[in-house]
Design a protein around this ligand. Structure first.
Ligand SMILES: CC(C)(COP(=O)(O)OP(=O)(O)OC[C@H]1O[C@@H](n2cnc3c(N)ncnc32)[C@H](O)[C@@H]1OP(=O)(O)O)[C@@H](O)C(=O)NCCC(=O)NCCS
Length: 163
């Protein structure tokens, strides 16, 4: 049986890093999204991990960011990863949805995610109009998505940066 729980860094962080290394490979840290994450600090109480018998088999981490000149707060969702042996049941969506509910319950206004709309659209993310959100590095606009949490994600506009 798989349970989805908040991240407990002392118990899960090492296994999460190992899962990222295994799923994304060494090129991962070159991505624009990583530039944002390295200047932010993820929120273990909102991050969600999937456990089977205590073993980490999936994860969604979230990171506070600010958007535009008004520095509107938003939560950046990702990386999302599932152990290859546990793929095929939309576990990534269940983990992401749990982290979205936690972000909303904590009062965060909006979520941002860079990924495949064919997958994360099923969690409620929509692709932003081209040019509305920009990043400190190249980013395929068809992969930039937002979603309302406790506020209105359509208000987000401008450069996305670390707080
Ligand atoms: C992406 C990932 C988390 C999905 O795992 P999962 O929840 O078990 O997904 P499933 O295998 O059940 O697939 C669910 C659907 O998503 C699709 N999908 C899976 N990975 C995808 C990807 N990287 N891009 C687009 N679609 C994807 C599948 O084709 C399937 O769609 P279908 O039912 O129409 O065929 C997993 O493949 C993974 O860890 N990949 C490596 C890391 C990664 O690419 N993360 C996403 C970016 S943050």
């Amino acid at each position: 049986m798989i349970e989805i729980v908040p991240e407990n860094p002392a118990q899960h962080a090492e296994a999460i890093e190992a899962l990222f290394d295994a799923t994304f490979g060494p090129g991962h840290f070159a991505k624009t999204a990583e530039r944002l994450r390295e200047n932010s600090v993820s929120l273990p109480q909102i991050n969600r991990v999937a456990l089977e018998a205590g073993k980490v088999v999936g994860v969604c981490r979230v990171w506070p960011l600010v958007v535009g000149p008004s520095r509107s707060p938003a939560l950046f969702y990702g990386p999302v990863a599932v152990d290859p042996a546990y793929r095929g049941n939309f576990l990534s969506l269940k983990i992401t949805q749990a982290a979205l509910e936690a972000g909303k319950a904590a009062g965060w206004p909006a979520a941002i995610l860079i990924g495949a709309h064919s997958l994360f659209g099923k969690a409620g993310f929509t692709v932003v109009p081209k040019g509305r959100l920009t990043f400190p590095g190249p980013q395929d606009p068809s992969r930039i998505m937002v979603m309302d949490l406790a506020g209105d994600a359509s208000q987000l506009e401008g450069l996305v940066t670390a707080p």
